[in-house]
Design a protein around this ligand. Structure first.
Ligand code: GLN
Length: 196
């Protein structure tokens, strides 16, 4: 069975576990770096990116996570996880993991709109998808080879770059598991490719 890990240092972890299971894969909460060997794909959940980064460093996850991505195993960054994945963060000198070819801006929808829901179309994945945004970032620009999957108010809110997937909203907070299912399929396909 396909096993997907959720980085369990901080943030919306349990909800992702439920969504992965509802999408037909096995889920584990990753709290130690050695668990990265047991999984085929990884979700970086929403939460607070600077706190998560601090914990990534504290528990020695920084290089193992970069190696995990560079080995070709899929990573899905949601909200704060999207910020962790980005190659560039607007207004910051250094990115976090810097794995995915895109520029992001934090807390991009303004204070009045701390959290809101919107129905969006996600290219090739879902139409009329209920997206929950909480102090959400957005993607300013994707680099060559990366594909824009969804926009909200002209801002890019979901994208894919090869085996990296990112969204600015919280796909784990509703019962619509179509985006998580899409990630499960990416992981299943990568398993075949990496095995051959
Ligand atoms: N604004 C948060 C950050 O910068 C992300 C919010 C979220 O994950 N819901 O990390």
């Amino acid at each position: 069975m396909t096993v997907i890990g959720v980085l369990g240092l901080q943030g919306a972890v349990r909800e992702h576990v439920r969504s992965i299971e509802a999408s037909g894969a096995q889920a584990i909460v990753v709290k130690r770096t050695s668990q990265l060997d047991d999984i085929d794909g990884l979700i970086l959940p929403g939460g607070e990116s600077t706190t998560m980064r601090r914990l990534i460093d504290k528990y020695g996850f920084f290089e193992p996570l970069q190696q995990f991505g560079q080995s070709g195993k899929p990573i899905f960054g949601t909200c704060a996880g999207l910020i962790l994945l980005a190659e560039r963060i607007q207004g910051q000198d250094q990115p976090h993991l810097g794995l995915m070819n895109m520029i992001v801006e934090r807390n991009a929808f303004g204070r009045q709109r701390e959290s809101f829901e919107a129905f969006i179309d996600i290219k090739g994945v879902a139409k009329e998808y209920e997206a929950v945004f909480i102090r959400a970032p957005y993607i300013v620009e994707v680099g060559e080879g990366a594909e824009v999957l969804a926009k909200q108010n002209d801002k890019i809110v979901a994208a894919q770059d090869g085996h990296y997937l990112a969204c600015a909203f919280h796909p784990e907070l509703t019962d619509d598991h179509r985006l998580t299912k899409h990630f499960v399929q990416m992981v299943e396909e990568s398993k075949k490719t990496l095995a051959s």
